[in-house]
Ligand binder design. Structure first.
Ligand code: CU
Length: 137
């Protein structure tokens, strides 16, 4: 049996983020209200902005280059709480209505990864999309 989920997510800067209390190196970047589970955005990396509404992501397809760090930004223009969850990568951004949050992601494997809003019912209502990780050109 091949090991599932071979894609590696490199959590730049954030290190080992877990529920076991604050363990950051004390280098808090300018706050964007990130929850503990999102890796900090990396200064200088390109940014991809994703808008959440009821009930859709815009755009519903994101394209990034393999091995390249990008900052994903979730902008919640809806009236409800939403998140951006890429379960295959263990990546989650959350945003209250009118808020935004950003996190860095680096995917080391070419492929297509589904993202959803993990609030019950939201994915079924249309809050899904695909992160396409393309080979280096
Ligand atoms: Cu949602």
């Amino acid at each position: 049996m091949a090991v599932a989920g071979a894609a590696l997510l490199i959590l730049t800067q954030a290190g080992c983020v877990g529920p076991v209390g604050p363990m950051g190196p004390g280098m808090h970047r300018a706050g964007s209200g990130n929850p503990e589970d999102a890796p900090s955005p990396v200064p200088g990396a390109s940014e991809l902005v994703l808008t959440a509404t009821e009930f859709a992501f815009e755009p519903s397809e994101l394209r990034i280059r393999v091995g390249t760090t990008v900052n994903l930004t979730l902008v919640n223009r809806g009236l409800l709480y939403h998140d951006l969850s890429i379960s295959d990568l263990g990546f989650v951004l959350t945003a209250d209505p009118g808020e935004r949050s950003s996190g860095a992601v680096t995917v080391t494997e070419v492929g297509r990864f589904t993202f959803v809003c993990s609030v019950p019912g939201h994915a079924e209502a249309g809050m899904t999309g695909t992160l396409v990780v393309e080979a280096e050109s």
